[in-house]
Design a protein around this ligand. Sequence first.
Ligand code: OAD
Length: 291
Amino acid sequence: MPGGSVYSGLVTDPDLSGLAEAAELAHTAHRVVVLTGAGMSAESGVPTFREAQTGLWERYSPEQLATEDAWFADPDLVWSWYQWRARLVRSCSPNAGHQAIAAWQRVLGNPGAGSLVISTQNVDDLHERAGADVLAHLHGSLFDYRCADCGTPADHDPGSMGGKESGPAGPSAPAAGSEADLEQLLRLSPPQCTACGTGRLRPGIVWFGEMLPEQALEDTYSALEDCDLAVVVGTSALVQPAASLPYVALGAGAAVVEVNPEVTEFSTAATVHVAGTAASVLPALARSVLG
Ligand code: OAD
């Protein structure tokens, strides 16, 4: 199933022509919503989904891994793949973009300053590890688990192998997130639920065909309806309903800055498109606020 190497970063030649206008919008905004997608974490070493060669859906089949049918067909495969992704994320660190958003959030969190909320499609925890509060994980989290049968939430450490096979440990063990790590994890089975005793744990990810968490979506809509600036970072704007969220901000009269080295479905509607990466553009926007 796997092929190619694990994604290791994005090489771009950024055209930052919209940056001055975006920085001015950031400087004057008091109620900010930041919407993030996979590109937000690309410079941390977390693969995106749809980019040629490096994207996860270019190398692995979403039908085999990210649907309820896939789970019923082969729970071991699905479990192992998400354990691999969780371990890969654990081995990565927040980048300068995550740090900039966290710093910006702290400043707007001062009394009377305003607010900055984050709503992400990402299932990683890099915003949190940069010190930010995340309002909504629209597509769930790699670090949440629940019973596939009774729905009871459960703790599980993806660092521990769990399941039927613990595999080798020590200096000869493959690096977390490497292809060899995935090969080894493919021998895992999802642990049994301790609440009902019969079901198996599944990852708390929103799979294709499943509903988004209602509260997360509602909270995001409310924040967008009341913001004066939305910043959309690193999403191809192809997956609904997340792709329609920037239009809620536009409809409420807010400006929308898109940060993405590539043009997306949303770019022509954006107030400003800054054609640079998260780790290069977001620190500049935050600086315009922090002084
Ligand atoms: P995609 O892989 O579809 O898009 C990633 C976007 O990030 C692309 O538009 C890239 O140009 C951009 N990008 C790449 N590197 C970047 C960087 N350093 N800085 C800024 N932007 C960069 O990822 P998403 O749009 O997030 O769902 O995908 C949406 C959903 O599809 C995911 O949440 C996932 C997937 O199926 C689930 O897992 C439920």
